[in-house]
Design a protein around this ligand. Structure first.
Ligand code: NAD
Ligand code: MG
Length: 388
């Protein structure tokens, strides 16, 4: 039996992971499940899977979690410390699917056990990529990408030499505002930003897809995980979301990965790697789809893409600043405090401020320096939002 833990079990990726595990219940021994405010769902899944421990991120939710687990022998715990403790429980396969930089510390701890970390939490690679990769290397832990584009690149490179790769193209659906003008984007509402044309995901990543901040994070994620330089990484808008990524080789060949827009594909690949097993995902009928559309991305309407290039250029703590500023700006947009286009403006401004005042690019990367840069970037965005 494989011992499995799922961080962010109550979210979109967490639930898709649980769906796969429940289909083959006897194969897995579930160690820890973690979630946030939805303790009823967390307790329900912990019971269904026979987990040893269930952890809510929020201390004030512990009584409710204990109530929901009453009569079971599942240990209930809460708070940041409990998340770290859960990450320290030995498991053979750990899903990192907390949203945001909050996933970094549990992920880093999970890496210490020399097993496999399935990484959906792209923010941890963006904020602290070199730290994460170093830690994985030091403990012999394998990180498998779960983002659909990165899983596609990973699969496209099986049996290939990294040195043969000339370019990597990650696709973007373009989100709900793909063909909106700047004027329209300025007035985009929260409800409009929360409807994604092809993927069903958590609220935050859905809005990040509308602003292309998600793709910006993914450019940096590609750079950090595979080690490709920024000029090798391209973004291609592909509204259908059938082609997830393409790997281009030095002879000009492009290997494309196609599949239905269903995260159970990338999750299942990471779960069964290095094998392939049957997965309950739709099989594409390409004749029915008929044609595949592609467009160049527009960095004027979607400045996040341009900022990702700046972040890679600066290096060091720039990723931590970029991600944290983005998270704080997203909070402000969700709260109705700023407009849709203001998000990128605030992020760019804080990135500029912090890269000119501090030696962001040369700073040593440790969990402490990353968390400090994260805190400062958030505070700067909040202050700017309050001033505006
Ligand atoms: P989600 O919002 O649906 O779920 C997030 C999970 O994290 C929930 O379990 C929530 O309780 C938990 N959580 C939230 N804040 C927390 C905190 N401060 N501390 C601890 N736990 C917290 O998000 P999602 O869409 O499942 O995305 C999860 C991660 O996977 C993100 O990093 C996202 O970028 C990445 N990802 C998601 C998709 C997708 O299709 N949803 C695709 C690719 C990558
Ligand atoms: Mg993705």
């Amino acid at each position: 039996m494989r011992r499995i833990s799922i961080f962010g079990a109550t979210g979109s990726i967490g639930q898709s992971t649980i769906d796969l595990i429940r289909r083959d219940r006897e194969a897995y021994d579930v160690v820890a499940l973690t979630g946030g405010a939805n303790v009823d769902l967390l307790a329900h899944d912990a019971r269904a899977l026979g987990a040893k421990v269930a952890v809510t991120a929020y201390e004030d939710k512990l009584p409710a979690l204990k109530d929901a687990l009453a009569g079971s022998d599942i240990h209930a715990a809460a708070g940041a410390h409990a998340l770290i403790e859960a990450a320290d429980r030995p498991a053979d396969w750990i899903m990192s699917a907390i949203v945001g930089a909050a996933g970094l510390a549990p992920g880093l701890h999970a890496l210490k056990h020399g097993t496999t970390l399935a990484l959906a939490n792209k923010e941890s690679l963006v904020t602290a990529g070199p730290l994460l990769m170093r830690e994985a290397h030091a403990h012999g832990t394998r990180i498998l990408p779960v983002d659909s584009e990165h899983s596609a690149v990973f699969q496209g490179m099986v049996g290939e030499e990294r040195a043969e790769v000339e370019r990597v193209i990650i696709t973007a659906s373009g989100g709900p505002f793909r063909d909106w003008s700047l004027e329209q984007l300025a007035g985009a509402t929260l409800a409009q930003a929360c409807t994604h044309p092809s993927w069903d995901m958590g609220q935050r990543i859905t809005i990040d897809s509308a602003s292309m901040f998600n793709k910006a994070l993914e450019i940096i994620e590609t750079h950090e995980y595979f080690g490709f330089s920024g000029d090798m990484i391209e973004v291609l808008v592909h509204p259908g979301s059938y082609v997830h990524a393409l790997v281009g080789f030095k002879d000009g060949a492009l290997m494309a990965h196609l599949g239905a827009p269903d995260m159970r594909h990338a999750i299942g690949y990471a779960l069964h790697w290095p094998e392939r097993r049957h997965l309950p995902v739709e099989r594409l009928d390409l004749a029915k789809i008929g044609s595949l559309r592609f467009e160049a991305p527009d960095e004027v309407r979607f400045p996040a893409l341009r900022l990702a290039r700046d972040v890679m250029e600066i290096g060091g703590l720039a990723g931590a600043v970029f991600n944290a500023a983005k998270e704080a700006a997203l909070d402000a947009f969700i709260a109705g405090e700023i407009g849709f286009l203001d998000m990128a403006r605030h992020v760019e401004s804080v990135l500029n401020q912090m890269s000119s005042t501090a030696s962001l690019g040369n700073a040593a990367l440790t969990l402490d320096t990353v968390l400090e840069a994260d805190k400062e970037a958030r505070a700067r965005v909040r202050a700017a939002v309050a001033r505006a």
